[in-house]
Ligand binder design. Structure first.
Ligand code: AMP
Length: 364
């Protein structure tokens, strides 16, 4: 179902998922006079603290899903592992953005890479792996080093095993739990970058500047904006986002993760994965742009005009993981630094507790 008219202030946006992304979407919606209704199974969901309404129920609770749908004007989500059946139930009752095709494409690495290749974008070489014999064949085809990834439910490096020169294939297969997987050729990248883009119901597109993303232990540590890349490469990255959103008839914010490799001096972009939601590597937009990715997503799904994605400052976003957030007093004292804390009661090593955006005057 498509949205038939722009949603006026006081309309209700339904969000599946109650983590920090849902929380920041809700805060951005509130600034526009829109209310959010959060649907999440975890009782201590950070988004519940700031939302007008919430339902705490399982994603397969069809009665709760129907009650939720009847209380909202549009449905969106803050994570891509929403069960397909949940999305299908809600999509029959209310406009769903991003739509079912975007969700299905991003949930399965094989479907995702096949889609990206079909629309002419470059990915790492890949092959499906369904059993130990298939793994041996895929390694013969792709070579080593390579990365074995489960097709579904992988994030922050989970469900991944690197196959090096001396890796025993049966051990690698056992590590993925014997679940359907793909083998990807190892990309000797120089940097990781991403693009955050929005597309409206009317096909209008707004694309943000390209950050360089640095990871530690497979978790995003920093996004540095702008990335130190050639202007043509940045434009090529933005064009990749435009092509993906057009091909999926996409509505909302998308995050596209890219590897940048260098060949005979020239920069080349290889698509790693797409996230059909607001993205951690877009958190810098909260303070370095007039319209953040969160407000942009709300504008897109609510049928509002998109805002300008211009960046007024240079910025480094740093995630606060686990005990990093215990330093909040020192961080709050830092000049030209905006601190965002997610209201999570319990800190665990590696858990995303907040982030800071450190701004400097724009150089270019
Ligand atoms: P993913 O879960 O696919 O986003 O992968 C997590 C991280 O693993 C990426 O951000 C890269 O740092 C690394 N990685 C994933 N796939 C590849 C690849 N094909 N070649 C090299 N590094 C990779």
């Amino acid at each position: 179902m498509r949205l038939s008219r722009p949603l006026p202030p006081n309309s209700v946006i339904g969000i599946l998922g109650g983590g920090q992304l849902g929380r920041m979407l809700t805060l951005a919606a509130a600034r526009l006079g829109l209310r959010c209704h959060i649907y999440a199974p975890e009782p201590d969901s950070p988004a519940f603290q700031v939302s007008a309404h919430h339902i705490c129920a399982a994603y397969d609770d069809s009665a709760a899903l129907e009650a939720f749908a009847s209380a909202v004007d549009v449905v969106t989500y803050e994570f891509e592992n929403v069960p397909a059946e949940t999305a299908a139930i809600l999509g029959r009752l209310k406009p769903l953005a991003p739509g079912a095709e975007a969700l299905a494409t991003s949930q399965d690495r094989l479907v995702e890479k096949t889609f990206l290749t079909r629309i002419g974008l470059e990915t790492a070489p890949f092959a499906p792996v369904d059993d130990p014999a298939g793994l041996a064949e895929a390694v013969a085809l792709i070579g080593r080093p390579a990365i074995l990834k489960t097709r579904r439910f992988g994030y922050d490096g989970k469900g991944q095993t690197t196959i090096r020169a001396d890796t025993a294939l049966d051990a690698a297969w056992a590590q993925t739990g014997g679940r359907p997987a793909i083998l990807e050729g190892f990309v000797a990248f120089e940097k990781e970058v991403s693009v955050i883009a929005a597309r409206g119901w009317d096909g209008a597109v707004a694309v943000y500047d390209v950050p360089e993303n640095r990871h530690a232990n497979h978790i995003l540590h920093q996004s540095i904006v702008p990335a130190a890349i050639a202007p043509e490469t940045a434009e090529a990255a933005r064009d990749i986002a435009r092509r993906i959103t057009a091909a999926l008839d996409y509505v909302g914010i998308i995050g596209v993760e890219l590897f940048l490799s260098r060949e005979t001096g020239r920069e080349r972009l290889i698509v790693n994965e797409i996230a059909p939601r607001v993205h951690n590597s877009g958190h810098w937009t909260m303070d370095a742009c007039l319209i953040s990715q969160f407000e942009q997503h709300i504008r897109a799904v609510a049928g509002w005009p998109l805002g300008g994605p211009e960046r007024h400052s240079d910025v480094v976003m740093t995630n606060l993981l686990g005990d990093d957030a215990a330093g909040w007093q020192d961080l709050a004292r830092e000049p030209r630094t905006a601190i965002h804390l997610y209201g999570k009661a319990e800190s665990r090593p590696g858990r995303k507790m907040g982030h800071v955006n450190r701004l400097t005057p724009r150089q270019d």
